[in-house]
Design a protein around this ligand. Structure first.
Ligand code: TRH
Length: 393
């Protein structure tokens, strides 16, 4: 679909914030990419603008509608108190239930001769599991007689792909080609005392006993290590290492523990967070969106996956590990897999052991991380595949 063909046919994206920032993080990136790269008029409906404002600090949560970066953002209240005008596509993100008004409208259009409701899609969570290929793009007939299609992001050519803006990898490579960029960013974030040769690790995880274990290990490291941690859930696991209650910590503050310095970070907007990931030597990330952005950063990372019932998340983690390690030398693959599994299972001594083992293999791990994005993207990113899917449906 060319930009001309998509012009003036708006799409609606509905996002319910479950918890944390991942749902809105993913939909916000997708909305901007569709608007900017495909000139689609996007209306993003969000039920929790206060959460959204953590990753878009200039957003005004009290406004019913506002426009940022060519995307119109609407407060999604129940019942819907802003009129919904049907467009070409309606996307419900992560199985959020569409508002009744929207469903009624789809049904009315279905029953009107010569009228067709928008193409209805459910954007699913990202998974590297094999079954995703078989389910991607399948329709499900709703009781109203309207088809809803399931769009599954994924790492292979037969899935919906991965969110990655057109120039992102180029911008990242340019940024990383000059070490002055990372040092300027650290200073802009109010971080002091970071030398170019120090090891810098960003930490954005959930609570886990693996984190204080690693911090104690880093404390005794022969090299200076800086852990950059935004105010949030990671710090809940570090209370015993902190000099004061978490509420009293301020961005820019440092906690020095031997050769480890913990820097308290402000939350930044998404472009700022991307640059942080590009600038660190190692990134500890979580959920879905930061996990993917760490891959685009082309640096080694640990993935703290969102915990699910019955440890189902470990199956998802293992599926990704299999894919990521496919072309990795067996000794590195083993240490990197075990490190990720131990981190997620909160196995403290194992985490330290595998971190140490991996230390001497850092260069080949970095080289793998640099090659991975092109391999993971296959022929097209998620927005491109989504536009193609709409065109062919
Ligand atoms: O916040 P998360 O834990 O979100 C999770 C996952 O998406 C999970 O799959 C979902 O089920 C659950 O929410 C409800 O982690 P995630 O996905 O990494 O999202 C964080 C977002 O916050 C991401 O878009 C990056 C952004 N971010 C910033 O913009 N600035 C920052 O300073 C930081 C630390 C993050």
């Amino acid at each position: 679909m060319t930009s001309t063909e998509t012009a003036n046919t708006h799409w609606d994206i509905f996002c319910a914030v479950v918890d944390n920032y991942g749902d809105i993080g993913v939909t916000w990136r997708l909305a901007q990419q569709l608007a900017n790269e495909y000139q689609i008029d996007i209306r993003l409906w969000v039920d929790d603008l206060a959460s959204f404002s953590h990753i878009l600090p200039t957003l005004k949560p009290e406004l019913a509608s506002q426009t940022f970066n060519r995307v119109t953002i609407h407060q999604w209240n129940t019942p819907l108190d802003i009129s919904y005008q049907p467009g070409a596509v309606v996307i419900e993100a992560f199985a959020c239930e569409l508002p009744d008004k929207v469903k009624d409208q789809l049904l009315a259009q279905q029953q009107t001769p010569n009228d067709t409701p928008p193409l209805w899609l459910n954007l699913e969570y990202l998974s590297a599991e094999g079954w995703v290929e078989g389910c991607h793009g399948l329709p499900s007939m709703q009781p109203s007689g309207i088809k809803k299609y399931f769009f599954f992001p994924g790492f292979t050519a037969n899935t919906g792909g991965l969110i990655c803006e057109r120039d992102l990898l180029k911008q990242r490579a340019e940024w990383q080609s000059d070490p002055a960029n990372k040092l300027a960013l650290f200073s802009q974030l109010g971080l002091r005392g970071i030398d170019e040769k120090d090891l810098v690790i960003s930490v954005f995880s959930y609570e886990t006993a693996a984190l204080p274990a690693l911090c104690r290990h880093w404390q005794a490291s022969s090299r200076k290590i800086h852990a950059l941690i935004p105010k949030g859930r990671s710090l809940n696991s570090l209370t015993q290492l902190l000099p004061c209650p978490i509420e009293e910590l301020n961005p820019g503050q440092q906690v020095v523990l031997g050769n480890l310095t913990i820097h308290i970070l402000p939350m930044t907007d998404q472009p700022g967070y991307d640059k942080l990931l590009w600038s660190c030597d190692y990134n500890i990330v979580r959920g879905e969106d930061s996990f993917l952005r760490a891959q685009w950063a082309a640096k080694p990372f640990i993935w703290h996956i969102y915990p699910q019932e019955d440890d189902y998340h470990l199956i998802k983690l293992e599926a990704f590990i299999r894919l990521y390690c496919d072309n990795l030398a067996p000794d590195i693959a083993k240490q990197w897999s075990e490190l990720n599994l131990a981190f997620n299972r909160e196995l403290q001594s194992e985490v330290i052991f595998h971190w140490q083992q991996l230390d001497s293999l850092n260069l080949p791990l970095l080289q793998h991380a640099q090659k991975w994005p092109i391999f993971a993207l296959n022929d097209a990113d998620l927005a491109t595949r989504l536009v193609q899917f709409v065109k062919s449906s």
